[in-house]
Each structure stands twice: as structure tokens, then as C-alpha cells.
Design a protein around this ligand. Sequence first.
Ligand SMILES: *Cc1c(COP(=O)(O)O)cnc(C)c1O
Length: 439
Amino acid sequence: MRDDTRRWIEADKAHCWHPFTRQGEWGAPDHEPIVITRGQGSWLWDSEGRRYLDGNSSIWTNLHGHAHPVSDAAIRTQLEKMAHVSFLGFTHPGAVELAARLCAFFPENSLERVFFSDDGSTAIECALKMAVQYRLQSGAPERRQFIVFSNGYHGDTLGAASLGGVDRFCPRFKGHGYEVTPVSSMAALRALPKTTVEKSAAVVIEPLIQGVNEMRPWPAGMLAELRAWCDRSGVHLILDEVMTGFGRTGRMFACQHENVVPDFLCLAKGLTGGTLPMAATLTTETIYAAFLGTPDRAFYYGHSYTANPLGCAAALASLDIFQQEETLAQLAPKIDHLRAGLAALKAAHPLIHEVRQCGFISGIELRQLDGRPFPAEQRLGEAICLAARTHGLLTRPILDTLVLMPPLSTTCAELDQALAALDNTLAANPGIDTRPANA
Ligand SMILES: *Cc1c(COP(=O)(O)O)cnc(C)c1O
């Protein structure tokens, strides 16, 4: 190990606290964290000079590859003018242009207003607070709760987390945050008592596919049905496209697959192409209008880095790249290539119970040969992803579901490399007992 690698690891273990991490294991003497020092295209390099394919797009953010010359140049150009200025009391060209370009993706007179923030969680917080305050200021103060879909994930700040039903993360904080009614399907939604519906400000959903819930797609047509239900019920629709936005599903936004326009659209991860933290909450002019008038009607919410100019420049560059590289047109055959590759992988490995795919997002679920999940203590998904590193692939599992969602710019040849890495890892069966449980 190089000296600087050793020094970084020691200092990390002494001072850093990582997200969603069992720090005891992280800090253990035999744990050697990878120190990532460079990225180019779909690839990342560590401080020891080893190269890996970025199999989960750096936690679902990267779209066009690392160190893309167009976004890097845009960020540098903006940097020469100014890195940051308050959006409270001022405006700046990047934010104005970005807001207009985001609205232009949607039919006229639908989503016309953009509120910027910093992360997926804050994009959701904004939508929730807007939805509740809208009701307070439009004669329906009793509509103050939310309907959510079971096992959804909408972020970690207190309000966003109160929507989340992924039980292994959230139970400690139950009872804090918003009052929510979870449903697991359209049928369950339709069966809700009228009293619940009439107390609800909005329904929140990850459209087309739930991410953190082990990459589970919704039935086709469900989103359009949900929109119709919302319209009939006077409940707003909040779409959490933090993961699905910006091409991941094969269209620019997941809602476009079913011609749905929500009342609130939450965007983050891919907004800047995966370069800088930034988020946006889009909404309609009708909702916006309820915040006009007397001073007490204003939306008193914001963060210090709201509409950061570097982030805006990166986001505009990402939208430019979509056009210049025809990212979505290029993606279509790669989605098919991924589908075929995943099918071949499944055919070769009996431990693959199911492959779930939505566009360029995929989850590969491992189970025992008799179909039962592996014991959670075995942490097989983690073991497989750890072993995949030695085959040049970086990704993170969700329980025993391996996630494969590389940058949209990933080529078919690189996809094949990623799939081969998984193939080799599974073939090596690190620590897996492949015999049926009763053998
Ligand atoms: C990642 C994610 C969030 C939270 O975004 P952060 O930027 O991590 O706060 C919310 N919703 C969905 C669907 C996500 O995938």
C-alpha cells in the first residue's frame, strides 16, 4: 500500500463518519477502504492506481461520465465569474436559464415554477411544505397529511424520512414528522376511507420504480391511474424523480412514459449530471398563486446555497450534453443490450432469483436455490459487491439485490465488462453455499 493511501485511510478512520455505515466495521483494523482519487467516463481510479467501472453511477448521480469536458468547462467558466451568490434577494443568469429550461420539458401551463435546493431530501421537504401551506392558504387546512406508498424512500431529513417506509432505516424516528397513510397498491389507495382522503394534501410516489426498495418497478399504467385518482379526489400528486429523473428510465423523466404531469416534481441526483449537489422542486402556477398576496402567505423556506451558480452551470451543461450527444437516442439500444445481458447472467446463475429493470436501472436479486432469501446475517449482497471490486466493478447492493445502473454514457462494451465482472464474481461463489438448504 502506498504511503499516502495509508495516511488517508488512517485519517479517515480517525475523523470521518460515513453515511449509512456501520462505523465499527469500517474502522476495524482489517478493513481497507478504497480511496477514490480520479474519474474519467464510466471509470474510477483508486489511490493504488486500480481502475473500476462505476456500476452505480456514484450512488445514482452520474449521467454523462466523470470529468466530462463540457460540464467541466462550464463549471470552470462559471468559477471565473463567481462561485456563489445568495439567491435570497438576488437572481443570477444560470438560475434563470435553468428554471426556464426545466419548465420547457413539460406542457405549457403545467409545471411553470422552480424552487431550487440542494439534495433529494430538500427537494422533497420543499414539496411537502408547499403542499401543506397551499392547503392552509386555499381554504382546506384540514388537508395536512400525506398518502405514501409502502417501502418508498424519499430522503433522510425529518420530513422526508417520515414518508419513508423502508423499515430497516426509519422505525427509530416514527412519530416525528408528517402524519402519513401508507398504501401498497392502487387497489389499497382506492379502498382508503373518504375521511383519510379528505385529510390528505398529496400522494407521494417514486414513479415507475422504487429505488431503495430493492429496485421494484410498478405495474405499467399505474402512474396514469394514480394521476386520475388524484384528480378525482382533490389530492395533489408529488413525484419523487430524484432517482428516475434525467434519462435513467429511458425518457427524460419517468412521468413522461405515461404522459403524467404531477403537481410537484422533485429532482436532484442527476440534475447536475452528477457533478455538484443541487435540487429542484417544480410546481404549477395554481399552487404558486396561493403564495401571493399578504406577506404571511410567502413561502418562508430556503438554504444558504440555494441555486448555487456552479450547480446551475453544471445542470445547464448536462442538458446541453443530452442534446449534443443525443444521450436518450443513444441509450435505447443500450437498454436492450443490458436486458439481454442480464437475462444471460440470470440463466447462468441459479442464485439469481429475479432481475428487475427499468430503463438503465437494474437490480439483480440473489436468493437461495429453494427461493427463500438468504439469512440477513450472511450479508451476501455485500460480500458479492466486495468481491466484484477485484473484478473491476464498484457497486452497492440493497440487501441481496445487486444494483447495476452505470452512467448513461456507458458503452455496450463497458456494460459487457460490468456484466462479466458480476458473472466472474458469482462463478467464484465467494462464501456462498449453493447447496439447497436441506442438502
Ligand atoms: C436518493 C433519493 C432521495 C434523497 O436524495 P438525497 O440527495 O440523498 O437527499 C430521495 N428520493 C429518492 C427516490 C432517492 O433515490
